[in-house]
Design a protein around this ligand. Structure first.
Ligand SMILES: C[S@@+](CC[C@H](N)C(=O)[O-])C[C@H]1O[C@@H](n2cnc3c(N)ncnc32)[C@H](O)[C@@H]1O
Length: 381
C-alpha cells in the first residue's frame, strides 16, 4: 500500500545491480519508504531528510542513494553542457570541495558514460572558473560532492549522490587480491535465499568470507553503514548533524545478540586467513566458525540442516571437463551428505550448472561484476 507523502518528503532513487531490485524494494518497505517503485537496477521512493540518512546507513543491497534536483533535454554534448551550466553550482558545492560525476546511459544520443560524465564535470568547473578564477578539483574515489547523471532518450536527470563512496564498500574488508563478491551482492544472495537470520548457514567455499560476514551483520541487525565514517550528504549545506546522530543512535540501539550457527570452509588456508581478518575487522569473528576443508569431503549435513549459499569457482581458468567434474561432485556431495538442507549456488558457468545433477527449484538471473550469472536453488529431500 502506498503511504501518504509529507510536505518534507522528496523523491530518491536507490541504485543496485540487476536482479536485486526486488530485495531492495523489500528493504525499503521495511525501513518505511513511501511511494516505492521498482525500476531496472534502481528503486525510487519518497522520504524526508532523516529517511535519506537512514537509507544510506541501513540499505544492504543499494549501491547509492540519489536525490534528483532537476531534469532537462539534451541530444548532443553542447546541449548537455548548456543544461549543466544553467544550474548555479555554488549552491551545492564550494571551491575547496572535491567533485566526482558518474553517468549512466539509456539513450541513442550519447555512447560513452565516461565522456558524458567528463562533459558535465567540465561544465561545472568552467562555471566556477569564470565566476571565481579557480575551480574545484576532482576525486573519483572519495569525493566531497558526487553528482549522478542519468540520461534516458533525450531526458537528462541530474541527481545529487548522497552516498559518495558506493555503499557496497562497507569498510570492513581488508585489501585482497582475490575476486570476492561485492558486499551488496553477498547481502542480496542471503536476502534472496529467504534465510531468517536464525537457522544454521553454511558457505562451503567461503573465500574471503563476504557472505558469512554479511550474514552475521543481518543476524545481529548491525547496519551495513556501521563501519563507515562519511557520506556525501554530510558535506551538503543543509546537513543536520543533530538529526543524523539521533537516527544513527536509534539504528545502533537495535543491534542484538542473536548468534546463529555460521560456518565457512575453504580449501585454501591463505584465503581463510583473509576471511578471518575480514571477520575480525567487522567485529563478527566470534559469530563465525571458519575451517579449512575440501567441501567435497565434508559431511556437516549429518549433524544439522543448513541454508547453504555458495560461490564456487566459475572455471575461467579451468578446462571444460574439470569444471563439469567439480560441479557434478558438488551436486553429489549435496545430495548424499546434506539431506534436508537447501542449497543456493551462484555461478556464471552454464556447463557447471548442467553438471550439478539436482533438480533446480528456483532460478534467478544476477550479475556478479560484469558477469551474467544464475543463482539456483536446490532442495535436498
Ligand atoms: C569464487 S571464490 C569464493 C569467493 C567468496 N565468495 C568471497 O566473497 O571471497 C571460490 C572459492 O572456492 C574455494 N574452493 C575451490 N574448491 C574448493 C573445494 N573443493 N572445497 C572448498 N573450497 C574450495 C577457493 O579456494 C575459492 O576461495
Amino acid at each position: 500500500m502506498k503511504k501518504i507523502k509529507d510536505a518534507n518528503d522528496f523523491k530518491m532513487i536507490a541504485t543496485t545491480t540487476l536482479g536485486l531490485e526486488e530485495v531492495l524494494t523489500t528493504e525499503l518497505l521495511r525501513l518505511g519508504a513511501k511511494n516505492i517503485e521498482q525500476h531496472n537496477r534502481a528503486v525510487s521512493f519518497y522520504g524526508d531528510e532523516g529517511f535519506m540518512y537512514k537509507a544510506n546507513l541501513c540499505l544492504r543491497t543499494a549501491i547509492r542513494v540519489l536525490k534528483p534536483i532537476t531534469s532537462g533535454k539534451a541530444q548532443n554534448e553542447h546541449e548537455l553542457y548548456d543544461l549543466i551550466d544553467s544550474i548555479s553550482w555554488d549552491k551545492f558545492l564550494s571551491l575547496n570541495q572535491t567533485l566526482a560525476v558518474t553517468a549512466a546511459l539509456n539513450t541513442e544520443y550519447f555512447n560513452h558514460n565516461q565522456y558524458v560524465a567528463q562533459k558535465c564535470k567540465d561544465a561545472i568547473v568552467d562555471q566556477f572558473r569564470s565566476k571565481t578564477g579557480s575551480r574545484p578539483s576532482v576525486d573519483r574515489e572519495n569525493p566531497d560532492f558526487g553528482l549522478y547523471i542519468y540520461i534516458f532518450n533525450d531526458e537528462v536527470n541530474i541527481m545529487l549522490d548522497s552516498s559518495g563512496i558506493p555503499l557496497y564498500k562497507r569498510g570492513y574488508r581488508m585489501d585482497t587480491n582475490l575476486a570476492p563478491l561485492n558486499e551488496c551482492l553477498a547481502a542480496g544472495l542471503i536476502l534472496l535465499s529467504g534465510w531468517d537470520g536464525r537457522l544454521p548457514l553454511y558457505d562451503p567455499m567461503c573465500g574471503s568470507g563476504t557472505i558469512l560476514i554479511e550474514a552475521a551483520l543481518i543476524a545481529a541487525n548491525i547496519p551495513p553503514g556501521y563501519f563507515r565514517q562519511s557520506y556525501c550528504f554530510m558535506n551538503w549545506p543543509d546537513f543536520d548533524q543533530e538529526l543524523f546522530d539521533k537516527i544513527y543512535d536509534n539504528v545502533i540501539s537495535k543491534i542484538n545478540n542473536n548468534k546463529p550457527i555460521l560456518l565457512g570452509t575453504d580449501i585454501s588456508p591463505h584465503v581463510l586467513k583473509k576471511a578471518k581478518e575480514n571477520a575480525a575487522s567487522a567485529n563478527v569473528n566470534e559469530m563465525i566458525t571458519f575451517q579449512k576443508a575440501d567441501f567435497l569431503e565434508t559431511n556437516f549435513g549429518e549433524e544439522k540442516k543448513y541454508t547453504i549459499i555458495m560461490n564456487p569457482p566459475y572455471g575461467e581458468r579451468m578446462n571444460k571437463d574439470d569444471i563439469k567434474v567439480l560441479y557434478k561432485t558438488i551436486g553429489d556431495t549435496l545430495k548424499h551428505k546434506y539431506k534436508g538442507s537447501s542449497a543456493w549456488i551462484i555461478s556464471s558457468s552454464v556447463e557447471g550448472f548442467k553438471s550439478v545433477g539436482l533438480k533446480t527449484s528456483r532460478k534467478i538471473s544476477l550479475y556478479n561484476g560484469g558477469l551474467p550469472c544464475k543463482y539456483n536453488k536446490y532442495e535436498m529431500y
